[in-house]
Design a binder for this molecule. Structure first.
Ligand code: UT7
Length: 317
């Protein structure tokens, strides 16, 4: 599988740390020193499905294809207004494609899981051109009076089109059921028969626990992948890591003994956009002309579940 097109869409509203100070007991110094975030893009009047379709159209155009050429759509998404139908079905209608569609929820690792599924489908000869979209609005999962969480997130949609080729070098997915340190619970409709207690709750995160697990698991995945591919850390042009916290990215850079030029980031401008963070950053690098044919890229993400996903691929465009 190789990536032949990328696209992205951001919400128009920029929320700076100073804007958060107006209604929360927080400050720019705390947010920047603990997370590296200066501002984030937050959904206001937009719909996530429109942003997802916008990112998808740009990726298809970048690939030099038409929506008709797409024969499978995979959308990574944790939350949007619809429980059903899947966001992938909505994207299909909006862009005018005519293929099978499916959604994946692997939290912040979802884009890598979706890419891995696309790779399998292409290797199996079941599809020629697959659209992979990651569209997320985590700002709708948090309690905006909880300063420990609402400052961390932003929204956005990133997309890629993949097709047959020699791009994917190695991938690794892991899941360890650990549901008590990061979750969001939605209350279902009542029925006349429900007797058990039920509740809904905004996102809960044990930040320190997630921080530790994220650094350890991402470092482990990166090492295993480099070993599998027979590569040294410096053979990779860019490490495109899940943009959850600048300190996590710096810890991984330190552990690999690499300087920060290997670690492009958008967390300072976009906040944590869940599974959209990697394709958003990938599109940014591609459109700025920073990716050259033959460059090796390593992507690594972690998220609720606890899931991790990582892959190495060669830029072939
Ligand atoms: O993509 C999903 C995966 N998520 C992540 O990767 C997030 C991983 N975790 C983190 O990034 C960090 O743990 C956080 C940024 C969430 C928190 O940083 P921390 O250094 O672990 O801080 P903490 O939670 O231990 O809180 C330290 C202090 C507390 O005050 P006390 O108890 O020491 O008096 C908090 O109440 O900072 C306080 N605090 C704040 N102060 C100002 C928490 N949030 C804020 C805030 N502004 N927004």
């Amino acid at each position: 599988m190789k990536i032949i097109g990328t696209g992205r869409a951001h919400p128009s509203k920029v929320v700076t740390n100073a804007m958060l100070e107006q209604f929360l007991d927080t400050n720019d110094e705390w947010i920047v020193s603990r997370t590296g975030m200066k501002e984030r893009r937050v959904i206001s009047s937009e719909k996530l499905e429109d942003m997802a379709a916008d990112a998808a159209r740009k990726a298809i155009e970048d690939a030099g294809l038409k929506p008709d050429d797409i024969d499978y759509i995979i959308c990574s998404n944790v939350v949007n207004e619809y429980i059903t139908p899947g966001l992938s079905c909505i994207i299909q209608g909006a862009i005018g494609a005519k293929c099978a569609c499916v959604d994946v929820n692997a939290a912040c690792s979802g884009f890598i899981y979706a890419l891995d599924m696309a790779d399998d489908r292409i290797r199996a000869g079941k599809a020629k051109h697959i659209l992979v979209v990651a569209a997320e609005e985590p700002t709708r999962m948090v309690d905006w009076t909880d300063r420990s969480l609402c400052v961390l997130f932003g929204d956005g949609a990133g997309a890629v089109v993949v097709s047959y080729g020699e791009g994917m070098i190695a991938s690794r997915l892991t899941t360890q059921s650990k549901t008590d340190c990061l979750y969001y619970v939605r209350k279902l409709e009542p029925t006349p028969y429900i007797t058990k207690p039920e509740y809904g709750a905004p996102m809960y995160m044990n930040g320190r626990e997630v921080f530790k697990t994220a650094v350890l698991s991402s470092s482990r995945d990166i090492k295993r992948l480099l070993d599998k591919a027979g590569l040294q850390p410096s053979d990779i042009k860019y490490y495109i890591l899940h943009q959850a916290n600048m300190r996590i990215i710096e810890a991984i850079a330190n552990w690999l003994k690499l300087d920060m030029s290997y670690f492009p980031h958008n967390v300072d401008r976009c906040g944590n956009t869940s599974s959209a963070s990697i394709p958003l950053l990938l599109d940014e690098l591609a459109r700025e002309g920073k990716l050259k044919k033959g460059d090796k890229i390593l992507m690594s993400a972690f998220g609720a579940g606890f899931t991790t996903g990582a892959c190495i691929f060669e830029w072939t465009k």
